[in-house]
Ligand binder design. Sequence first.
Ligand code: SF4
Ligand code: SF4
Length: 241
Amino acid sequence: MIVFKEVCVGCGRCQPYCPARAIFFEDQRSAVDQTLCLECGTCLRSGICPVDALFEPPQVYEYPRALRKYFSDPTSTHSVTGIQGRGTEESKTNDVTMRCGPGAVGIAIEIGRPTLGMGLRDIQKITRALAQAGINEIEENNPIHSMIQDHQTGDLKSELLDERVLSAIIEMQVPRAQLQRILQMLKQVIPQLDSVFTLDVFTLLEENLQVPLDILSVIESEGFAWRPNAKINMGLGRVSE
Ligand code: SF4
Ligand code: SF4
């Protein structure tokens, strides 16, 4: 995002809308710190500017900066997933996709939300730790997958490392037996992250609508606090072949 300085009247109304605190005063006009700006578009979409001084230049859609847009602007469609947002539909459509079946556990590692933002170097800290733990099953349809240069080391493509995004999710499906190892790995890497962190673990419910006790026991034994969270699909989809 940029501000047309010759148009800006320096009212400052746009500044509180920026989750990255990227808009600042310079010579009594607003300006955008291009390093901090996440290209989320919030300031522009708010319509708050009385003189239309905010402008999204075409360079926003050039690689690698375009990743800021795809990960941070919920109205943009990601070029990898083809859907709006940072990841895939995850558990929301599991009743028809069965991506996470019996005996498996789905894991989503969310960083940067709510509205704190993060650098992609933090994603690399996690992908490297996963690779060192021998876990390379990152979901292929998640945009993070295509950002990894070397799946053996977990290194991201070097041109991406200085990019910042509002938030990102690393998704995977693994056998239940791997959950404990992943949680132990995460406990090692969490203190190195310069942002906020949420871990989603999802499974099929058992017949009596009980969350599998072995999953809860692993989560608790590794010291993670948990709370149940249901995403209900109304069953209007068709079963995938
Ligand atoms: S696009 Fe988003 S991050 Fe960039 S200046 Fe506007 S509100 Fe801030
Ligand atoms: S709202 Fe518009 S005029 Fe006011 S400071 Fe921001 S860019 Fe300038």
